[in-house]
Design a binder for this molecule. Structure first.
Ligand code: NAD
Length: 423
C-alpha cells in the first residue's frame, strides 16, 4: 500500500487519536492539529473524559514511538494562516477534518454555545477550503453526520445531488437535509460550502455522513487479544478521550457509564440512579463502533475519489432504536453483575420525531471492501470492562454522567418530566 501523508485536524479527540494510531501503525506519515477545545469546553460544562488524558506533549511522544509523526500542533484552525501554513509545510495527500465542536446538546445549551458552534465549525471548514483552493490533488475527508438528514419519510440517498422536480420541471439539487440541532446544522452548512468549493475550484472531497460512534478501544491500543475480548490488555497510554456527560456524551457511551455509576452508588449508598428513555424511545439511528469507524476511514483514505470529484458516503453499521440500546445495557448489567437498574421514561428533551421511517442507503463503503466487524451487543462486555477500570473517574462525574440537563426548547436548566418508572 502506498505511503500517504495524512493531516488529521482534531487529533486530540475521540476519533482523531485512534485514527492517528492506525495511520502511524500502517506506516503513513501524520501531521496533527488540535486546539484542545473539547477538553476545555467539556470541563466548562462540568464534564470530562472517562479515561484520563495525557498532556499533549506526552501524547506527541507516544505517537512518535509508533511512527513518522511530523507534528502534534496545538492551534485553532479558525485562525488566519494556521491551515495555510501547515498545508504549505506538510504537503498532505489527504486532510481528515474532525476539528469541530461536535456535541448537539452543548450547541443547544444557550446563545453563546450556539454562536461558538456555528463560528468554530463553519469558519474552520472555510479556512480549510481556502488553504486547499489551488490543490485539487489533496483529498479532503470531511467528517459530517447522518444527523444532517434528519429522519425523512424517504430513503436517505448516498449522493451529493438528487433530481428535484417542481411544477413539472427537474434539475439536480443538493440532497435535502433537515438537521435536528444547531450543531447538526453546522454540518449541513459545511456540506454546502464544500459542494460550492468543489464546483468553483474542483476541490476533491469525501463528505462522510457518520452515525453515532460507540466503543472504548481499537485494535491499535491493545497489547494482545481482540477488541471484543474484555480480558484483552490495553496499553493505558493509548486510550482515547471518551465523553460521558449530558452535553458531550453520545447515547451508548454515556449510558454504559451511567449504569456503572448507578451500580456503584447503590452498593455504597443504597440509592438507585435510573437510565432514561426519551419519549417513546423508538428514535432510530445508524450506529458504528470506534474500531469500524477507523477501519472505514482508512479505506476511504486509501481509495480517494477522482481528482475534482465530490463523493458522499454514509457510514454506519447497524440501525438501533434508543430504546433497544437502553434495554440491552440494563439486561447486560443484570446478567453480568446481578444488579437491576431502574428505567425512567421521560418526556423527550429534544425536538424530534419519536417514531419514524429510517432507511439510509449504504453502497460506497461496501463497494470498497468495508466489512464491519462488530455489533453493539458484541462489544458491550469489553466497553463495560474498560469503563469499570476507571470507576473512580466516573464517580467524580456522578452528577452529570448520562444525566439530562439540557432541553431543546429550554436550553440548560431543563427540568425532566417523568412519564413512568420501571423498577
Ligand atoms: N463521536 C461521534 O459519535 C461522531 C459521529 C458522527 C460524526 N462525528 C464527527 O467527527 C468529528 C470528531 O468527533 P469526535 O467524537 O472525535 O469529537 P471530539 O470533540 O472528541 O474531537 C474533535 C477534536 O477537534 C478539536 N477541535 C475543535 N475545534 C477545533 C479548532 N477550531 N481547531 C483545532 N481543533 C479543534 C477538539 O479539541 C477535539 O479534540 C467531529 O467533527 C464530529 O462532529 C462524531
Amino acid at each position: 500500500m502506498e505511503t500517504k501523508r495524512v493531516m488529521i485536524l482534531g487529533i486530540d479527540g475521540y476519533l482523531g487519536w485512534p485514527l492517528a494510531l492506525r495511520m502511524l501503525r500502517k506506516g503513513h506519515i501524520v501531521y496533527g492539529i488540535d486546539d484542545l477545545s473539547t477538553r476545555y469546553n467539556a470541563a466548562l460544562a462540568g464534564e470530562g473524559s472517562a479515561f484520563p488524558l495525557p498532556e499533549p506533549k506526552e501524547r506527541e511522544a507516544y505517537l512518535r514511538e509508533l511512527g513518522d509523526l511530523q507534528a502534534f500542533q496545538v492551534a485553532d484552525i479558525t485562525q488566519p494562516g494556521v491551515l495555510r501554513e501547515a498545508v504549505e509545510r506538510f504537503r498532505p495527500d489527504a486532510v481528515v477534518h474532525f476539528a469541530e465542536q461536535r456535541a448537539a446538546p452543548f450547541s443547544m445549551m444557550d446563545e453563546e454555545r450556539a454562536v461558538y458552534t456555528m463560528y468554530n465549525n463553519i469558519i474552520g471548514t472555510i479556512r480549510l477550503i481556502y488553504a486547499l483552493r489551488d490543490r485539487p490533488e489533496v483529498h479532503v475527508l470531511k467528517m459530517g453526520t447522518m444527523g444532517e438528514f434528519g429522519t425523512p419519510n424517504y430513503d436517505i440517498p448516498e449522493a451529493a445531488y438528487v433530481e428535484f422536480t417542481y411544477k413539472g420541471k427537474s434539475d439536480l439539487m443538493p440532497v435535502p437535509k433537515f438537521a435536528g440541532s444547531w450543531y447538526h446544522w453546522t454540518k449541513v452548512h459545511d456540506t454546502h460550502n464544500l459542494l460550492f468549493a468543489n464546483r468553483v475550484w474542483g476541490l476533491t472531497v469525501t463528505d462522510v455522513n457518520q452515525g453515532p460512534v460507540y466503543g472504548t478501544r481499537t485494535s491499535d491500543m491493545l497489547m494482545g487479544g481482540s477488541v471484543e475480548d474484555p480480558e484483552a490488555q490495553v496499553d493505558e497510554r493509548l486510550r482515547t478521550r471518551i465523553d460521558i456527560g449530558d452535553a458531550f456524551g453520545t447515547v451508548i457511551n454515556k449510558n454504559i457509564a451511567r449504569a456503572l455509576v448507578s451500580m456503584a452508588l447503590y452498593r455504597k449508598e443504597g440509592r438507585k440512579l435510573p437510565l432514561y428513555q426519551y419519549g417513546k424511545a423508538r428514535q432510530v439511528r445508524g450506529f458504528i463502533s470506534l474500531e469500524d469507524s477507523v477501519e472505514a476511514l482508512e479505506i476511504l483514505i486509501n481509495n480517494p475519489p477522482r481528482e475534482g470529484e465530490f463523493r458522499a458516503v454514509n457510514q454506519f453499521r447497524e440501525l438501533l432504536t434508543t430504546g433497544e440500546i437502553i434495554f440491552a445495557i440494563r439486561d447486560y448489567i443484570q446478567s453480568a453483575y446481578n444488579y437491576e437498574i431502574p428505567i425512567e421514561w421521560i418526556e423527550d428533551p429534544r425536538v424530534e420525531k419519536e417514531e419514524h421511517y429510517y432507511n439510509p442507503e449504504i453502497k460506497v463503503l461496501p463497494s470498497l471492501g468495508f466489512r464491519p466487524k462488530h455489533t453493539f451487543r458484541q462489544l458491550l462486555p469489553s466497553m463495560v470492562e474498560d469503563m469499570r477500570r476507571y470507576l473512580d473517574r466516573l464517580l467524580a462525574f456522578r452528577d452529570v454522567v448520562g444525566e439530562v440537563r439540557i432541553g431543546w426548547r429550554t436550553g440548560i436548566g431543563y427540568s425532566k418530566r417523568v412519564l413512568k418508572r420501571e423498577e
